[in-house]
Design a protein around this ligand. Structure first.
Ligand code: ATP
Ligand code: MG
Length: 554
């Protein structure tokens, strides 16, 4: 077997070097979500990257909730995140870590800094702290509280913890350098007073650590070696390093940044998705038009396809948007050998075969999946009245239209040739019935070669067709017209959802179960919706059409 030579990404190169230099013995990575919303495809990238590295290096992957900011956090989000990480196959050994479980250690760490003269209690207001901080071009100036004694700081910090001061009246700050060119190093706040009930620790604490202080401690406690995050934290790295170094951790973790994943034509970003959910633009966090992991799962994406997608796009330090068509490409490739090919008519019109005996039904064998050598065949029923797609008939066809029109003959897939003899219309001029005759000699399997036809169309037997709801999706945002309107609001695609109430499907599809995926011949891949389906009444979501605008690089 040929083995693909894949060059290592920049993170693997760093890890290889660290291992070669003996910096770490076992690689430990983590995914640290804040439980303030559902995860989206960008998080999937981070999960698969972190988990993939742990696996590649025989190390360990931790799932840790970064729940240091109690106001926005909810248990619903914790549960959904655990489910998503499991679904993606990132093994966290069933062990969930919470930053809030380390609040005692964080408090001790703060005390340690105070004792080293590296942290102080500051009474400046939030506005004053901002004023004193300086700007990108001007240095900051020292807080008048900067030179409090260690004893005073210890006593004040303890009093802060004990609830002796009102919210916002004092903070604990790291004592670093008010003239540092990096604003994050200008005596950043590391603890604040805020009386908030925490979903895990309840009312035990009225002081909470700030992210930049808490995160490196969480990593160090868990023995994380490579703390992988996105580029916006690059300027925070010196502070990360300062924290782990001042706290004197052995083999401290190191932070590595990579570029966030953005996709065209969809909304990424938890805040934006949350707004769409809250204002009812979409039907919940798992609306199939979103790219939350829950939406992708509901839409019919598979973990394998998402893994493949992440491999294709790779990891880098430079920001770019990935074409949504690439995501469609991977799910098509994934489903091609897996999904059964089914007959399904989405926009039905009756086809009557006038010379076919009334009351007669016969069966045809049809291949389950020509792309899967293991797949078998199944029976489909055929009789005098069928449904075909409305677009497969034209009264007055243009040139090169090879489907049904008066006088033309086509192949009904896996059945007979039929020739159009006429049609009926209602008062409004809509075609209601198409008439044809069939030629028994052309029966599928007969190896009929006397004449050829150019068009093959799919059909469903009217007598036993399943009537189902089928939903077609388009992108939520149409970037061709510009993602934003002039007033800054999002330019939504008005056609992002089309609901077909009475599609006519091959009879066996009545029994399809939530999560099951199929190819509807010529119409795309469809998945049974997990929310709106009932036994015997599946609702189908189109995952992706069959046409591709994406060509993979060779
Ligand atoms: P958002 O930017 O959508 O609000 P977030 O970064 O606030 O997300 P967190 O829960 O804080 O969400 O993130 C958990 C992890 O996922 C972090 O390590 C973060 O860097 C990573 N992450 C978030 N968005 C993306 C993305 N688009 N691509 C890759 N990784 C991401
Ligand atoms: Mg965040």
């Amino acid at each position: 077997m040929e083995e693909a030579v894949v060059s290592k990404n920049f993170i693997e190169q760093i890890i290889d070097k660290d291992l070669a230099e003996g910096k770490y013995v076992k690689i430990v990575t983590r995914f640290p979500p804040e439980p303030n919303g559902y995860l989206h495809i960008g998080h999937a990238k981070s999960i698969l990257l972190n988990y993939g590295l742990a696996k590649e290096y025989n190390g360990q992957f931790n799932l840790r909730f970064d729940d240091t900011n109690p106001t926005k956090e909810k248990t619903e989000f914790v549960d959904s995140i655990v489910k998503d990480v499991e679904w993606l196959g990132a093994d966290f050994r069933g062990e969930v870590f919470f930053a809030s479980n380390y609040f005692d250690q964080m408090y001790e760490a703060a005390v340690k800094l105070i004792k080293k003269g590296k942290a102080y209690v500051c009474d400046l207001s939030a506005d004053e702290i901002r004023e004193y901080r300086g700007t990108l071009t001007e240095p900051g100036k020292n807080s008048p509280y900067r030179d409090r004694s260690i004893e005073e700081n210890l006593a004040l910090f303890e009093a802060m913890k004990n609830g002796e001061f009102p919210d916002g009246s004092k903070v604990l700050r790291a004592k670093i350098d008010m003239s540092s060119p990096n604003i994050n190093m200008r005596d950043p706040v590391i603890y604040r007073i805020a009386r908030m009930t925490h979903h895990n620790t309840g009312d035990k604490w009225c002081i909470y650590p700030m992210y930049d202080f808490a995160h490196p401690i969480e990593d160090a406690i868990e023995g994380v070696t490579h703390s992988i995050c996105t580029l916006e934290f690059e300027d925070h790295r010196p502070l990360y390093d300062w924290v782990v170094s001042e706290l004197e951790y052995e083999n401290p973790p190191k932070q590595i940044e990579f570029a966030k994943l953005y996709l065209t034509n969809v909304i990424t970003g938890k805040r934006y998705i949350k707004a769409l959910v809250e204002d009812g633009t979409v039907d919940g966090w798992d609306d199939p038009r979103l790219v939350t992991i829950a939406s992708l799962r509901r839409r019919g994406f598979t973990p394998e396809a998402l893994k493949k997608f992440m491999e294709l796009i790779g990891v880098s330090k430079s920001q770019a948007s990935v074409d949504y068509a690439m995501l469609e490409y991977v799910i098509r490739e994934d489903l091609k050998p897996k999904a059964k090919r089914m007959m399904a008519v989405l926009d039905p019109v009756k086809l009557v075969i006038d010379n076919y005996p009334e009351g007669q039904t016969e069966e045809f064998d049809i291949e389950d999946n020509p792309d899967d050598p293991e797949a078998g065949t199944r029976k489909i029923t055929f009789s005098r009245e069928l449904y075909i797609e409305r677009e497969d008939f034209m009264e007055e066809p243009p040139k090169k239209y090879f489907r049904l029109f008066p006088g033309n003959e086509v192949r009904l897939k896996s059945a007979y040739f039929v020739k159009c003899t006429g049609f009926e219309k209602d008062e409004d001029g809509n075609i209601t019935v198409i008439h044809c005759t069939y030629d028994p000699a052309t029966r599928s399997g007969n190896n009929f070669t006397e004449r050829k036809v150019k068009g093959t169309i799919h059909w469903v037997n009217a007598a036993d067709a399943a009537n189902c709801t089928v939903r077609l999706y388009e992108n939520l945002v149409d970037e061709e017209k510009g993602k934003l309107n002039e007033d800054g609001s999002i330019n939504f695609n008005p056609d992002s959802l089309t609901v077909i109430e009475n599609a006519k499907l091959e009879a066996s599809l009545k029994d399809a179960v939530p999560g099951e995926s199929f190819q509807f011949i010529r119409n795309g891949y469809f998945c049974v919706d997990s929310k709106d389906s009932a036994p015997g009444a599946p609702v189908f979501n189109r995952i992706v059409s069959l046409k591709s605008s994406y060509k993979p690089a060779q």
